[in-house]
Design a protein around this ligand. Sequence first.
Ligand SMILES: *Cc1c(COP(=O)(O)O)cnc(C)c1O
Length: 461
Amino acid sequence: MRYISTRGGINPIPFKDAVMMGLASDGGLLLPQSYPSVTREQLESWRGLSYPELAFEVISRFVDDIPDDDLKSLIIRSYATFTHPDVTPLVKYDGVYILELFHGVTLAFKDVALQFLGNLFEYILAERKQTLNIIGATSGDTGSAAIHGVRGKKGISIFILHPHGKTSAVQAMQMTSVTDANVHNIAVRGTFDDCQDMVKELFGDLDFKEKYSLGAVNSINWARVLAQVVYYFYAWLRVTDQTEAPVHFSVPTGNFGDIFAGYVAKRMGLPVDKLLLATNENNILTRFINASDYSLGGVVSTVSPSMDIQIASNFERYLFHLFAENSDRVKEAFAELKEHGRISCSLAEMAQVRKDFCSASVDQAATLQTIRNFYAETGYLLDPHTAVGVKAALDLLPPDSARVCLATAHPAKFSETVEQSLGFQVPVPESVKELYGKPTRCELMDADIDKIREFFVANVG
Ligand SMILES: *Cc1c(COP(=O)(O)O)cnc(C)c1O
């Protein structure tokens, strides 16, 4: 299996190189040259597998440069940190299946990918006798999952910038309570955009990037998408244990990483009927799917902050396939975006988009109402991101089908909003209780790129 870039500018590379490259060196995103197909017979033979066993079956089809035993051990270690024996259990309430992806250390689905990526980085770096310095900006979820993915790992240091006082309380504690020597939290007096801009500037300095072996952990790494493909297979197997109804997935979407993993599962032959892309008020992808309108607007803050995104970085991966793997067409689309703030598609392309996805945008009032209604009817607590997907599924998908809604965060992670909606305190899980009173380590700094660079150089591993 070799990997190529959506922009067509690199020679095909093996899996481990694709993991270390992250963003393709020509500015595109990496994808496998083809998707391995899984037959119905194979699928049936996977019914009895545990989550890590299934993960090995799916992931190993994309990896031919890591020995099976090593890959197995990486996968087993990655999912041993989850607190539920099923890793991503499926529950059913009121005719909706909820795929709980939040049983990892930071209570959000990003742990599924970042626990695996952390172990994978450590493995490849040890083999190559290299080191890596990860720098990233976070509004909360990615940073905490990335820190927990690489804490204490050999050969890796991580520097995460977050906007001081602008993440949820739990998110901040999940980051700053990690005091391993290789973890550096920087609380910036400023906004998420300030953090993001400074990180971009550091990466833009190519000499600096080379000298300090800078790496990123944002959702463009292929290994993250790959790890997420697994739970679509897992959920499909658990649903079809119970019913023969057609299976749909509803996915609360920000950067398009999670739903792209569903698209990959479908391309591999998983019998998925519809992929429903659910957005909040930041609805560029919904406008695109429903009204052929991919035009940039401003980002608005909502009660589902991990989906407050305008430019979904993984969307380029889908466009590459939509444009029949034509890199020139991809480049043309991004040139149009840069120049005119939009991407235009042909009627035939839009027909294909609507075959691949359906979509709905759910506003804050409807999100809060859904948390209330769902709790009143089932006693089950939805986090605000999950509620966006559940509302979209209830509105758009047939009630007699199997509607699987991806639960991307534990309600306690966004307890402020859930409590605002319900009017009572949500139960606090053990792992959150333990955070209070833990020692913390965090550097409070101004949004000053020179100071940040100095701090990095002084603390680099
Ligand atoms: C990151 C995140 C999302 C969005 O996922 P994408 O892969 O960026 O589309 C949704 N919900 C939660 C809780 C998240 O942390």
